[in-house]
Ligand binder design. Structure first.
Ligand code: PEP
Ligand code: MN
Length: 498
């Protein structure tokens, strides 16, 4: 196969289409040009090799003309909420599939996920006594980084599955060939998912007037049932009280905000949705701040607009693509969206501060969410030093704990799984370490599904390694099922109430 990985030819084509307007961004104290395509001049990890550059060009040209999936108004509203999280005034719950498939774009799966996130957030609001910002890994979480570009199945070596927007999961070399048409398909599946998500929310799927099914039937221990019932009763009582005093007449009780997110891995795709758009009025909350920004940027022409990646409200850089001088960081540093950065044991404290200075030179509070994912047995070794270095740098990010990605293990028969106790332990340690460091655990980032899958071991249902094969459906990492996810919310709420 000829290597082109969206090589120079197709990339420079994209550049010529979109680099009409460039912006100056501070980088290490120096103003450096940035454009939605400036990443193409940097070394890139997890690149995709396509066979036909013309087909890539055609797909990107099509994407560039399609309407945004989300607007600056919504993106900035999430950014403002995340600012509150960074300041310790709110909590952020982010969750969804590891790898979303085009096939997941259906009513039942979307509704199940929305209901689960909503229920979890109610429990967390009660527990942490703070508003909860909800972000779903949905409507675009297709691209997956892989540890090896190829794998051998039944004696045949073929490209690894890179996510539905890149290639097919079927284990044949033909299906595994990267197909640029899938980038276009990713947009339409994201659009259909988001359309139903918006419709369901505005039609009352999140209406707190309707009774919620908390389904505790699976809990095997009576003492745990009792503990959870206590929490449910407290939440139900609070809702009843709101109704009695008329507070639930507010429209916010009938609907809820759920923001969308995905890993910004396929930069060709992300670049196609990155557009110079007018900042919404809320981007400048006070006249003093407006004036301060005008002075800093030097002209009122550049102040009124910014580059928004309109493929999702929130995008994150994965642990494998966060090199300070690499293509992904270059792309992300120009975005007006709130962004996430995964940080694992291989991150040094100096590198972390350099990264923050690069993507957020103005030290905007809550603009960056640091998503820590060390593993239950390593978090105490790394998190304290990372918190200390970030504090000393003057940055105030959101600190979010991803207790999933450092706790993946294989069963003796080779099934990828995660143990509920390790997930809970990393979360508990994160909360305690932040408390001890005078910092806040701002939220949690989970891989979960609204269905009764059997992918993670443990929880009150007592799922064992032997039981994993019953409904093991993930196409990438193991997810918490709906009962395990809700249980985790109960337990985390309990930590706050201890
Ligand atoms: C993920 O979130 O699915 C993922 C691949 O995470 P990480 O980059 O932390 O490994
Ligand atoms: Mn994953």
């Amino acid at each position: 196969m000829r290597r082109n990985g969206l090589h120079k030819q197709s990339r420079s084509h994209a550049t010529s289409q979109r680099c009409g307007i460039r912006q100056l961004t501070t980088f290490g104290g120096v103003m450096v040009e940035w454009s939605p395509t400036s990443w193409t001049s940097k070394p890139i990890k997890q690149d995709v090799t396509y066979e036909d550059p013309d087909a890539v060009k055609a797909a990107l040209t099509k994407l560039q003309k399609l309407p945004p999936l989300v607007t600056p108004h919504e993106i900035v509203s999430l950014k403002n909420s995340l600012r509150n999280v960074a300041l310790g005034k709110a909590f952020v719950l982010q969750g969804g599939d590891c790898a979303e498939l085009f096939d997941y774009c259906n009513q039942d799966k979307i509704e199940a996920k929305v209901k689960l996130l909503l229920q979890m957030s109610l429990v967390l609001i009660w527990g942490a006594n703070k508003p909860v910002v909800r972000i779903a890994r949905i409507a675009g979480q297709f691209a997956k980084p892989r540890s090896s570009p190829n794998e051998t199945i039944n004696g045949i070596t073929m490209p690894s599955f890179r996510g539905d927007n890149i290639n097919g999961f079927d284990a044949t070399p033909e299906s595994r060939k990267p197909d640029p048409e899938r980038l276009v398909s990713a947009y339409f599946h994201s659009a259909a998912t988001l359309n139903y998500l918006r419709a369901a929310l505005s039609s009352g799927i999140a209406d707190l007037h309707s009774p919620l099914d908390w389904g505790l039937g699976h809990v095997v221990s009576p003492s745990i049932t009792q503990k959870y019932e206590k929490i449910i009763n407290a939440v139900t009582d609070a809702l009843r009280f709101m109704h009695t005093v008329g507070l639930d007449q507010d429209r916010r009780v009938e609907t809820a905000d759920i923001y969308t997110s995905h890993e910004g891995l396929s930069l060709e795709y992300e670049q196609s949705f990155t557009r110079l758009l007018r900042h919404p009025p809320e981007a400048f909350p006070s006249p003093a701040q407006y004036q301060e920004r005008t002075l800093r940027r030097g002209s009122s022409a550049s102040i009124s607009k910014g580059y928004y990646d309109t493929s999702a409200h929130f995008l994150w850089i994965g642990d494998r693509t966060r090199q300070v001088t690499g293509a992904h960081v270059e792309f992300f540093r120009g975005l007006s969206n709130p962004i996430g950065i995964k940080i694992g044991p291989s991150m040094t404290a100096d590198e972390l501060v350099e990264l923050l200075n690069t993507v957020n030179p103005t030290k905007e509070i809550g603009k960056v969410t640091l998503i820590s994912r060390y593993g239950a047995d390593k978090i105490s070794q790394y998190l304290p030093a990372h918190i200390a270095a970030v504090k000393a740098s003057g940055h105030l990010p959101v600190w979010q704990c991803d207790p999933m990605h450092g706790n993946t293990q294989s069963t003796p028969s080779g099934v990828k799984t995660r143990h509920f106790t390790n997930i809970l332990s990393e979360l508990k340690q994160a909360l305690e370490i932040h408390r001890a460091s005078g910092s806040f655990l701002g939220g949690m980032h989970l891989e979960l599904t609204g269905e009764a899958v059997t992918e993670c071991v443990g929880g009150a249902g007592g799922l064992t390694e032997e039981g994993l094969s019953e409904r093991y459906e993930t196409f990438c990492d193991p997810r918490l099922n709906e009962k395990q996810a809700l249980e985790l919310a109960f337990l985390v709420a309990g930590f706050y109430r201890e």
